[in-house]
Design a protein around this ligand. Structure first.
Ligand code: NOJ
Length: 803
């Protein structure tokens, strides 16, 4: 079945049926203030930290039909009786004549027609003001006059989101609401709790008089609390009680009396939900956003911002679905993961388990580098400030407090107490930044290391360049018996947690790639001594990998604490792992013959029509020596599931060996847009990549899970733009090195690069996959496939011929 369509002109996905197989979401605002909106108007909002400062109570585990966080009720009078419904379908489930939810860039617009009322609600957070705007337009399309009230509704959570669920004593006693009456019938309805540090105050207001309000959930539902959100009994009385809650479950329901709407008449109400520290300041902002013109301008500003972001890289190929993903939805997802890390989604709720991840965010930042590189620098500094002095990194941090933790579970004690990969990712991040921006000053910026004295003062600080060097040295100094880097608690694969002293071939490759990046950078900076040192490190690791980790037809993945291999033909389960093959090519360690052979093995054992599995066969039952991976059934998540994050690495590897047809086949296998016409098996949104799809060892093969916040976004974007399209920033120019399907005649790309526009056409007259035989820049033949840095603010036309 189909639940919507792509509208490329408006850069939106339009959901046409609210009963999607699972909730389909969109993001508004950012971590400073914002959150997610589902297709029935439910919202999960926070300010600064979804764990420590959450605003709206959205419980994803509730059935799809239940209210979650926010809604809008409309009540009309028919035959002198009230009829109450929600234009969002949930929670009243009133049959609708028309419904659509336009999933846009930084906004959602829900339109419905129910009982003769057309309602259009635009939900967004302005670019430069921290508030959720709900711009509500109601039109009477019934043909006769209708008397109507509208009642926006919010259910608050306690600010400390975790406590909301595990401290039912403290939380209810601290929640309070109060109403501030303004002169003209408008009201600001506050909700607050005394906190140990500051007192946070949420508020709801609108640009319309609020006739009456409710702040206590029990009274709102009615019948001594036994009423329902489907039919809140208080809405059947003329007025709400104006009770200012002193404790318990705080909500706000604000009754706006619209009076009579004549046929085809439209009325507009703008609501604001926010949080303030300075009331006087906030009141001036509130007044501003009560003005329709200001809201219209804020919306246009938001649209312009996104259009500008997306315009920095645009492609035109013979494949429309590829174009749609590369031009709109994939870069949007890159920005979203960059904003939220793995901190707030329907699957990751920031409840003390996941903060901003060092590994994840380092990779997410690469995803936006070609589009808005400078947005990464602040976060690069924050990440490096949780790097330890010995070069490895804390695994994650909470942005509100900058407190960092080593890992996700208390299990680390029995394993090495570091992740073997975290610190290496940021080397690529910084190098990509420098290639796109040329702001070499960043390398000299001084950033503290994580360790602090008793007064919370950092014990040491160093330049960013020094931080990167420490990262390299940590891995150089922490190798195992085969000369392969130690695994630590885990590498990229969080769930394979082998006892202390295990080795990771993934870490070997990531180290190899980091060394290649550092060698390029230091060559560019003219430091030959360090280039030679890193070359020795690189050669040493290349030998260790090729002498110890080739299994005959593919590369091994780990050595355990006893030196036994995992990801080998000798293993009954976990015989072959994807990342060991792709990354040995990305690191440049595999020679041509081994690269081709390992990619063939990967294709034979790991590929499916829905994407490439992470490993095969799955482990069947918990094994304490393997850790987390064996808690999943075979075919799920890291245990032989299709872990999408790993797929683009194979696509990149295929382009590196010149196999454009297979690279594109792998790309399209996971392109969510292609699931749109028959999505019941896949279930999740067709406009973003999920983190994983159940593999073919699982009875629900093809089911997508954990949408939105996944490193898949960044890496598929890189695979498409830098490797299939082949347009890569370098320190001294823009490389054009496509690897495309042979059938394609021509592709074109527009890339903004260092203050110039590169208008690139690639012609493929001989129908090959890789290789540029000649290139023209602004009509003149050049003898390279690297365009220079123009930095002149002009458009330059480049034609590259494959051959
Ligand atoms: C999701 C985590 O966020 C990421 O850090 C990890 O690399 C993958 N799972 C694979 O385990």
């Amino acid at each position: 079945m189909k639940y919507g369509y792509f509208n490329n002109e408006r850069k939106e996905y339009v959901i046409t049926n609210p009963k999607t197989p699972v909730k389909w979401t969109n993001y508004i605002g950012g971590l400073d203030f914002g959150g997610l909106i589902d297709q029935t108007g439910g919202a999960l909002l926070c300010k600064g930290d979804p764990a420590l400062n959450r605003i709206v109570k959205y419980i994803p585990q509730l059935p799809a039909s239940e209210l979650k966080g926010e809604t809008l009720y409309i009540r009309i009078k028919k035959n002198n009786e009230y009829v109450v419904f929600s234009p969002f379908y949930v929670p009243t489930l009133t049959p609708y004549d028309y419904y659509e939810c336009r999933v846009g860039n930084g906004y959602s617009i829900i339109t419905s027609e129910i009982l003769g009322i057309r309602t259009e609600v635009t939900i967004f957070v302005p670019m430069d003001s921290q508030r959720e705007i709900r711009d509500i337009k109601v039109t009477n399309i019934s043909g006769e006059a209708i008397e109507m009230d509208i009642i926006p509704f919010v259910e608050y959570t306690h600010f400390e989101a975790m406590k909301q669920f595990n401290n039912a004593d403290w939380v209810p006693q601290t929640m309070q609401s109060q109403c501030i009456n303004e002169a003209d019938g408008k009201r600001v309805i506050k909700q607050f709790a005394f906190m140990r540090k500051d007192t946070n105050v949420n508020y709801f207001t609108s640009n319309y008089p609020i006739a009456s309000f409710e702040t206590d959930r029990k009274i709102f539902l009615g019948d001594n609390g036994y009423g329902t959100f489907m039919k809140p009994l208080s809405l059947f009385q003329e007025e709400l009680s104006n009770y200012e809650a002193l404790r318990e479950d705080n909500i706000v329901a604000a009754l706006h009396k619209m009076g009579q709407l004549e046929p085809n008449e439209t009325k507009r109400i703008i609501t604001q939900l926010g949080q303030y520290t300075d009331f006087d300041y906030e009141m001036t902002e509130i007044e501003k956003y009560r003005d329709e013109k200001c809201v219209d301008e804020a919306f246009i500003k938001l649209e312009n911002h996104w259009n500008n972001y997306l315009s920095k890289f645009q492609v035109k190929t013979p494949d429309e679905d590829f174009n749609t993903l590369v031009n709109i939805h994939n870069p949007k997802q890159c920005m979203t993961t960059k904003n939220w890390s793995r901190f707030l989604s329907l699957y990751q709720l920031g409840l003390g388990v996941r903060g901003i991840g060092f590994r994840d965010t380092s990779q997410d930042l690469i995803g936006i580098m070609g589009l808005c590189a400078d947005e990464s620098t602040e976060m690069i500094g924050k990440l490096l400030s949780i790097q330890r002095r010995n070069g490895c990194a804390m695994h994650q941090f909470y942005p509100l407090t900058m407190e960092a933790t080593k890992g996700e579970s208390g299990e680390m004690e029995n394993r090495d107490d570091f992740y073997g990969d975290d610190h290496l990712w940021i080397v690529q991040t910084v190098c990509e930044y420098l290639k796109e921006s040329a702001n070499y000053d960043l390398l000299n910026k001084v950033v503290p290391f994580y360790e602090k004295d008793s007064k919370d003062k950092p014990l040491e600080e160093a330049t960013i360049l020094e931080h990167l060097k420490r990262a390299i040295e940590f891995t150089h100094d922490n190798k195992g018996r085969h000369g392969i880097p130690l695994l630590g608690f885990a590498d990229w694969n969080d769930c394979v947690n082998l006892p202390k002293t295990a080795e990771s071939i993934f870490n070997a490759n990531l180290y190899g790639k980091a060394l290649l990046e550092m060698m390029e950078l230091m060559t560019h900076l003219g430091d030959e001594e360090i280039v030679n040192k890193y070359k020795d490190y690189y050669d040493e690791m290349k030998i260790a990998v090729n002498e110890n980790c080739w299994d005959g037809e593919w590369y091994l993945r780990y050595f355990d604490h006893e030196g036994k291999p995992l990801g080998s033909k000798v293993n009954e389960a976990g015989m072959i792992y994807t990342n060991a093959q792709s990354w040995t090519i990305m690191s440049g360690f595999a020679d041509e013959q081994r690269a081709t052979q390992s990619l063939e093995s990967l294709n034979k054992y790991l590929n499916t029509k829905n994407g490439i599995k992470l490993s095969y066969p799955g482990y069947n039952g918990f094994d304490p020596n393997l850790g987390g991976v064996s808690t999943y059934p075979p075919g799920a998540k890291e245990n032989g599931g299709i872990f999408l994050h790993s797929n683009p690495w194979v696509i990149i590897a295929e382009t590196l060996v010149g196999n454009g047809d297979r690279a594109f086949q792998y790309y399209q296998q996971i392109n969510p847009i292609l699931k749109n016409d028959n999505i019941d098996e896949f279930e999740v949104e067709p406009y973003v990549f999920p983190q994983n799809i159940l593999g073919d060892e699982h009875p629900q093969f093809g089911l997508g899970r954990n949408s939105w916040l996944s490193g898949t976004a960044s890496w598929v974007y890189q695979a498409a733009t830098k490797y299939i399209m082949g347009v890569r920033a370098d320190y001294d120019g823009l490389i054009i090195d496509p690897c495309i399907p042979k059938a394609w005649d021509e592709v074109s790309i527009i890339k903004e690069f260092k203050n110039a526009t590169y208008n690139i056409t690639i012609k493929n007259p001989n129908h090959i996959s890789k290789g540029i035989s000649r290139m023209e820049i602004d009509g003149k033949e050049v003898d390279t496939n690297k365009a220079p840095i123009f930095a002149d603010g002009l458009v330059h036309n480049i034609v590259a011929y494959m051959g």
